[in-house]
Design a binder for this molecule. Sequence first.
Ligand SMILES: [Mn+2]
Length: 319
Amino acid sequence: MSSTAHLSGRIHEAIRRANRVLLVAHKKPDGDTLGASSSVLNWLLREGKDVRMFCADLPAPCFRYIDNVHHYTTDPSVFDLPYDVVVVFDSGDLSYCGVADHIPRLPAGYTLINIDHHITNVRFGHINLVLTDASSTAEITHGFFEDNNILIDPQMATSLLTGLITDTGNFSNAATNPKAVDAASKLLGLGARLNDIQKYILNDKTIPALRVWGLLLSRLRYNATYDVVSTYLLEKDTVDIPGDVIEGAANFLNSVAGSTDTIMVIREIPGGLIKGSLRSVVRDVSKVAKLMGGGGHKKAAGFTVKGKIEETVNGPKII
Ligand SMILES: [Mn+2]
């Protein structure tokens, strides 16, 4: 038996014995943390378990097609109850999901399970199913269901496919791998509603979001010295625009700019800070990000520095 199948079996055993389970999605929840956790929620409800869901921020309205999405609460009083099992999805540590202060005050006796694919994961659980070469936590969760012969119904399949599609940028970014595509194929066969994912996630660009894309595109510049295409957003451009819209724009630019391989998007964020996102297919942009005090992956990295962006005739300058 592979070590992954062994871990899957241990997790299944812990959950099977549990009466009350708490599932935790990370802050500013994306399709992956929601897809993975809500698929497990559906399974546990089917098994007649008492399941609570915590997420420090409520899911964005675009995720309304996900079954039982109303089940998530932002109310930390769920941590007053005793649990047999707590599962954290898609989170490298307990701060990232906003429960670093809540977990320690849980009544003792729970098993903490950590299911994740981030390379930075600190193995905070009693059981850690952490696969850093997986495309998504949804892919790992799909494997968990398969390892334990757990029936994946169409609602669960839709949730899991959401995580696969959002974390791989619709099977276009560097996280895309054969296992992800294989899992997606199986989920479609199980009745996943790809139409809903396309309608609510892929084609759900609001007018304000499209205007931000327009600004980003109109400000594109090519720097021949560094062979980098860059663009920028000022704080006033992005009031009320969710961060993932801007991340999505950076990913989009990476897939369409043919003149160069490396894309840099810088933007002002509240607090007098500038956030940079770097994408590349062949360069190790994490080195650049580290020079700026940030980090990330070889092909996708970022940094945050103090400063403002000044628009000059020669393009944007960080001051
Ligand atoms: Mn993820």
